[in-house]
Ligand binder design. Sequence first.
Ligand SMILES: [Zn+2]
Length: 378
Amino acid sequence: MIDQQRLSKEFARLAAINSPPLHESSIASYLAERLQRLGAEIRFDSAATAAGGEVGNLVASFPGNGKQVEPLLFSVHMDTVEPGGQVEPVLRDGVFYSAGDTILGADDKAGIAELIEALEVVNEQDILHGPIEVVVTIAEEIGLVGAKHFDYSMIQARYGYALDTEGVDMMVLQAPGANHIQIEIEGLASHAGMVPERGVSAIQTASLAISQMRLGRIDHETTANIGVIEGGVARNIVPQKASIVGEARSHDPVKLQEQTEHMLSCFEAAADEMTREIDGKRVRPEIHAEIRPDFPSMSVDENAPVVVLARNAAESLGQDLKIRLGGGGSDANIFNGHGIEMIILATGMTGVHTHDESVAVADMVQVTELLVEIIRQA
Ligand SMILES: [Zn+2]
């Protein structure tokens, strides 16, 4: 049923198109033409302006061919992580790798190729289906930028599948939400050799705070990290400024809030501890905190229609679709935040974001079979 050769060729063609975030015009025009040939009406939203990119998110709408059911959504992203550059995909023993010092870009081009092949098969076999909507987002890899700026009024579907996670036979129903945490500490500068007692060190304040902080894996659904620390100007000056960038993630919004507050309270406690009396004046380091919700958590019920449909489709193919807990944010977090019930399906890719990234053709065939079956049973 699946044309393995056509699928392989499609993947190789996609992988060879350079597509760093916000520079997606080449891949976008290729996809627009390719999806149009499959029978879709093509539109782009205006996310390019908001995101500062070359093109907006692509929406491909396929009308139904006689089946009166709700529209079904598929989402993939057209950008790839750096180092992209000229990717040269090579096929070795049925597995695609990158030949040079680049990623392969199977994230997310394996998903795109599978979706295209599935639509080819649906056409060829005259499979009865309802309306199908495909959203191909831009700039997913630099913070879900396309999905965040997507014009949701352009689609009718209320449920669907993002093709964008590693492995096979996997679906992700839950993924954490995250807070981006930025702290600026303002102490007091002074000569470190002659009058250190006239200074209040911003770096020491930061160190005290971080040493008291719960970080890493907090519990089975919560993590936290301090990822960047900068500060000071010279060896012999008590540093006046330090800035710290970190994050907290949790599947549970309440825990996310608690962990974020805990991290902030460590900075406040450190500022108290660093408070000094200088020239009869009380000097306390100032803490400026900026908390930005990065993406909301997603949690789709195991008995939701979108999950049942995928499970039933897999069962009819003899595939064993397992549930895996997501660890990061993806476009699906944002779609769910907009009231679209979306789960993430594995695309066969492995080792993503590394030079060892690969995807086996046999795995892509298996995922494509699942997509065709989902469309058939929807
Ligand atoms: Zn991806």
